[in-house]
Design a protein around this ligand. Structure first.
Ligand code: CP
Length: 301
């Protein structure tokens, strides 16, 4: 016989006996913290918009048979004035196995967080976007069917100063042995121990193996520092002509979302040597591997 559903709209909908039995069960069966085996839960908490990162984490979790809880900032108590920090503490108190956080604030792990919960940075301000860099690095390794990037020249073009994708990639690509070059307008450039600055496409010596375009992070560029689109296009847009000049085997990446016609021409985005949708596809496998790494010792146990 089908179980009759219950309507609990008020404390009046539970008898004293039901309330007492409920407290007894919660206390003795430790229902808030069921011991293993239990289905793992991944929670996504995105305080900034996302298409690829959030959905690829969710897709990865679904593929692994892990349950997903999605925190929706717009419909959350942030709207009632709750702070970011308090929101994070409350989400952690729900004890997901994995919490993926994207925000404009620096990534941090509250000291009171439960040791059983893994927290993954889904992009924090201008600082880091580790899973995008892992995805990009994996995409290149997979494309070249190799396990390192030694002797590979990789050019990162665009708004490097405001790009968390660039900061994570510069470190990771360098660690895998690549020579990394940066081409950016003055207001959008950085100095790095792991990459060399070049001034223009015309200054590139020899061929490049991969070029990575970045999104112009308009939401993070200070007023008065933004370059007009026309100026950007003139010197930094990856046109088909510039792309072809980089070498006959050069591949192109872009983490998305793309400002088409500004950062990259349509003909380059759709070129046979474009790996842009490969990046999205590989984002699922790389994030699935990272989830397994985080829960239960995962694939590396
Ligand atoms: N690359 C990236 O972070 O894309 P989303 O902002 O859509 O997640």
């Amino acid at each position: 016989m089908k179980q009759q559903g219950k309507i609990i709209g008020s404390v009046d909908d539970l008898t004293d006996g039901e309330a007492e039995r409920l407290f007894f069960a919660a206390r003795t069966k430790n229902l808030g913290d069921i011991a293993y085996p239990k289905p793992a839960v991944l929670m996504t908490a995105f305080f900034e918009p996302s298409t690829r990162t959030r959905l690829s984490f969710e897709m990865a979790a679904h593929r692994l048979g892990i349950r997903v809880l999605n925190f929706n900032a717009e419909s959350s108590s942030l709207e009632k004035g709750e702070s970011y920090g308090d929101t994070l503490l409350n989400l952690l108190s729900l004890k997901p196995d994995v919490l993926v956080v994207r925000s404009s604030f620096p990534f941090y792990v509250p000291s009171c967080h439960d040791e059983g919960t893994s927290i993954i940075n889904g992009g924090d301000g201008v600082n880091e976007h580790p899973t995008q860099a892992l995805t990009d690095c994996f995409t290149l390794l997979n494309h070249w069917q190799t396990d390192n990037l030694r002797n590979k020249k990789i050019l990162i073009v665009g708004d490097i100063a405001h790009s968390r994708v660039a900061r994570s990639n510069i470190k990771l690509l360098n660690r895998f042995g690549a020579s990394v070059y940066m081409l950016a307008p003055k207001n959008y450039s950085i100095e790095s121990n792991f990459a060399s600055n070049i001034n223009s496409f015309g200054d590139i010596d020899g061929s490049i193996d991969a070029v990575m375009c970045l999104r112009l992070q308009k939401e993070r560029i200070l007023k008065g520092h933004a370059l007009a689109n026309e100026e950007y296009i003139d010197s930094y847009s990856l046109t088909l002509e510039r792309f072809l000049s980089l070498g006959e085997h050069c591949v192109v990446l872009h983490p998305g979302p793309i400002n088409l016609g500004v950062e990259i021409e349509d003909a380059v985005k759709n070129h046979s040597r474009s790996l842009i949708l490969e990046q999205v596809k590989h984002g699922v496998s790389v994030r699935a591997a990272l989830i397994l790494h985080c829960i239960n010792g995962g694939i590396f146990a």
